[in-house]
Design a protein around this ligand. Structure first.
Ligand code: AMP
Ligand code: GLY
Length: 423
């Protein structure tokens, strides 16, 4: 079968790498792709906002599966258009993607389906949100309802800061995403990510990971899309994962189907491991970036066949996803300036013999030279018997990469490395 992959980041490079290994994959196409993805796929130029153009391409090139990497096309309804045209697609329809696209929708679902999460209130006006602050204690958690490129969550220590955040959201500081806000109870605990695949009826677990959202060592500095990740997240024990499946994931899938918006694709649950057990922080309707990169290094099955089974509603008949016992860890090499304005155009030299899988996140080619072309540039991903060993292997590779205008954190995986040292 021919496959079309949509996206251009490190997540999509990891998906392309794994899809291309599948015996079911004849030609893999990707749009827009990047120089790393080009090693696995034929890049095509398509305007993905033009659904008819995407469908026409799929018909012309006999595409048997479309894999949508990022959230924006999902929230835009690209999966609906493809499904309506009879093209199998991995990724939820627009209404189901509200699980990521509207934080208020997800909180209301949690309330209706009795899914453990932080207490909350929704507000559609500045006046009511400001008044509603009185129901909460500091630190205040204020969220723009819609997609805000990972920047829509403000944790405010004081009510003055909380008021300023609300003013900013309703003042348009977060675009349309801030037209409605969610105020939440602050939860404490360690965070972990859990992944599950579902075709709307059946559900299978698809691994765990932890990421590092802050730009600086020791989890300091501003938030980013993620500076590194590792899998598995041992802090999320097998018993907790079973609990998450029963109390969070399965009720979500059942609720979405009962509401006539069946969810098909990957559910990426951000969890807070509280003293009362795992609680849902948020859902994403796609794989995490860079969590996907570590999952793909560990997943040992046939990704194309599994994604097609999800797309066709045949997950029940598919083999259970198998993962290597090894740990995988990825270090994000970012361009100087990130998460502010990154310096573009810096030269990158990848020497031969680097013993890690290097996924391209934001690169371009200019006159035969690889250059930085985004905030997050490379994802240096390695495996090891333990997270400690995977970390060593990843940083050995990082040190062999020549990228003078880039930087990375030096402590990816520190929580698990500390735990392994204590064990
Ligand atoms: P989100 O985009 O919803 O994942 O939120 C971004 C980050 O904000 C999360 O990874 C948490 O660190 C933090 N956060 C979100 N909601 C809460 C909450 N209710 N309590 C504590 N921290 C939170
Ligand atoms: N790394 C977090 C995310 O993809 O949302």
């Amino acid at each position: 079968m021919n496959i079309l992959l949509i996206g251009s980041g490190g997540r999509e490079h990891a998906l392309a790498w794994k899809l291309a290994q599948s015996p079911h994959c004849d030609t893999l196409f990707a749009t827009p792709g990047n120089p790393g993805i080009a090693e696995e796929a034929e890049l095509v130029e398509l305007n993905i906002l033009d659904h008819v153009a995407v469908i026409t391409f799929c018909a012309g090139y006999d595409i048997g599966l479309v894999v949508i990497g990022p959230e924006a096309p999902l929230v835009d309804g690209l999966a609906d258009s493809l499904r309506d045209a009879g093209i199998p697609v991995f990724g939820p329809n627009r209404k189901a993607a509200q699980l990521e696209g509207s934080k208020g929708f997800t909180k209301d679902m949690c309330a209706a389906a009795n899914i453990p999460t932080a207490g909350y209130r929704r507000h559609d006006s500045k006046i009511s949100a400001l008044a509603g602050l009185a129901e909460f204690q500091p630190p205040f958690v204020i969220k723009a309802d819609g997609l805000a490129a990972g920047k829509g969550v403000i944790i405010a220590e004081t009510s003055q800061d909380a008021q300023a955040a609300i003013e900013d959201m309703f003042g348009g500081g977060f675009g349309d995403a801030g037209a409605s806000v969610v105020l939440e109870e602050f939860m404490t605990g360690e965070e972990a990510s859990f992944f599950a695949l579902t075709d709307g009826k059946d559900v299978v677990a698809f691994g765990s990971a932890q990421d590092h959202k802050r730009v600086g060592d020791g989890d300091t500095g501003p938030n980013t899309g993620g500076m590194g990740a590792y899998s598995p997240a041992a802090v999320l024990t097998d018993a907790m994962q079973a609990d998450v499946m029963e109390r969070i994931i399965k009720p979500t899938v059942a609720y979405m189907s009962a509401q006539d918006m069946p969810y098909s694709g990957v559910l990426f649950a951000g969890l807070m491991l509280t003293h009362e057990g795992p609680k849902l922080i948020e859902y994403n309707a796609r794989f995490g970036d860079p969590e996907c990169q570590v999952l793909m290094l560990r997943y040992s099955g046939d990704l194309a066949a599994l994604m097609l089974a999800v797309a066709n509603g045949q997950l029940a008949g598919a083999p259970a996803p198998a993962f290597l016992p090894e740990a995988a860890l990825t270090v994000v090499m970012a361009a100087d300036g990130y998460p502010g304005t990154p310096e573009k155009g810096g030269a990158i030299v990848l020497k031969d013999g680097i013993k890690a899988k290097i996924f391209h996140a934001g690169t371009a080619e200019k006159d035969g030279q690889l250059i930085a072309n985004g905030g997050r540039v490379l994802n240096v991903t390695a495996t090891g018997a333990t997270v400690t060993e995977a970390q060593l292997n990843a940083y050995t590779a990082v040190d062999a990469i020549d990228f003078p205008t880039g930087f990375c954190r030096r402590d990816i995986g520190w929580r698990e490395v500390e735990r392994e040292a204590e064990a």
